[in-house]
Design a protein around this ligand. Sequence first.
Ligand SMILES: [Zn+2]
Length: 297
Amino acid sequence: MFRKVVLVYHSIGSKEVPAVIGAFPISLDRFKSQINLFRINDWDIESISNIHKEVSKNTVYIMSDDGTVDWCENVLPWCEKEGIITNTALITGPWLENPIYPIAHRVQIALMMKNRKFNIPKLSNEQKSYIDKMYAHEQDETRRYVKGCCNLLFDFKDASKVLDFNEEGYILIDNKQYLESDLLKQRFAKPEAYKKFKYAEYSIHTVTHKAFTGDTKDYIENEIIPCKNIILEEKLNLKDFFVLPVKPMFGAKDTDLIQPLKDIGIKGMFTNDGEWDKKSFIIERIDAKNIENYFQF
Ligand SMILES: [Zn+2]
């Protein structure tokens, strides 16, 4: 039987448009060579809106999370030229009149700052072991617990205390000095930037990128539906799929979202690493950094 595999990208850098800070980028050249591997090996590249349809070949689906400027300016123009369909999971908070920037991205930037201090509070053993499990790949304790506290334990207000957002914070890149807050403002592409692409499709990724708290009603009403509405207002080619940002909060289960998402017409939720079983509502994805290793073409 033919395989259906979803790939997920985040940040992609080139000489012209460097990758955004702290988002584990790969290069545009590596992206192109990955896509070429699938082409050489006779895989189809399809829209995720067709993911539940039968395929007559091994098929790959290309997604990207968060809609950062580097993805939008490096990858989408190339895919447009090549006729490659992509799906970008968009966060709409940065587009609001009073923008809301995701804590996860503030964390990514802050962790790259020189001599940056954090206020990590005392955690219970249960909290610690949840973070250790979810961020097992983070060897450095500060990185692990800053990410864990901000993304998986605390609400916006308490996460901000951990970061103690410092307007004076700076970062040196190529001998130029950048402010933490400026980097955040420049990080996300505006809706207008997406409008020129015919082959680009979109899915829902919440307003603020906050983790699922366990309160399904609140999450659907305040994070998912408003995100969907803003993407539709911008007349972007939205597909009925949802990408869960980060892992669920301590004590929450992502499977609780399945029925409420189905009730509002969502056809699948993307989360976790791996190859999809071709039937479950929850669809796993292979991360950009693992593609060559995973496929062994
Ligand atoms: Zn995301």
